[in-house]
Design a protein. Sequence first.
Length: 237
Amino acid sequence: LLDILRFTYNIDYLTFESAMGACTGPRMHPLPDGGFSFLARKEKLVVYRCSAAIDKACSKLEENHLSILTYEERAFIINWIIQPARLLNIEPAYMFEQLMVFPSHGCLAENQKKTLLYANTTSIWPFGRGLLPGRWSSDKKQRLLARRLVSDEIAITELETQTSEELRLLLGHAIAEFGRRHCRSGMSNIERRVYADPIPTALAHELQRWELMIQRQRNGQYTELMRPRSQSVISTP
């Protein structure tokens, strides 16, 4: 998530790395375009897999076919995305949206305007659909932009316990500057809460309800729904 936010707000990696020096964080890895990322190649493949899982689940839910999502598919999303998000006090639906749009930009410089901030509508699947050419002209798009800026601002505030004040201030100023330049409606006119599309929000609710049901069925003995044995095989209960 830090990698996505750094890329979204176009923060120079050296400046970001300096801010990261105030806390224990991952090392930067070089990208083909000359930039840098927190993610090594294998880690990025995991992110792509998470993105594909969310995209598929959202598509099934949008079609009212969530019942055909397998146990392993549900368990993967819960253990790899929902549970880590909860540990960081990040709304799972917000994380879903950030992951779904990740393949369209991959944190590569030439895809700077393919992040979630540039999504024209809240229907962001399949990847790359509904991207603006760099302007937020209508009132509806302005409100959507403001909500996403507020959501990002809340996310970095929550992440401070895992990072540092220096990093929070760096990202916070970047968000504020982006808002001043592009959001004429202003962030102050938006209620301070995390905004996410109804489909990712409903998916997060359904999967957490299912997780709770499994916990109750196991009479408090539940620990994890699954643990992957490899990148392509997930154990069943």
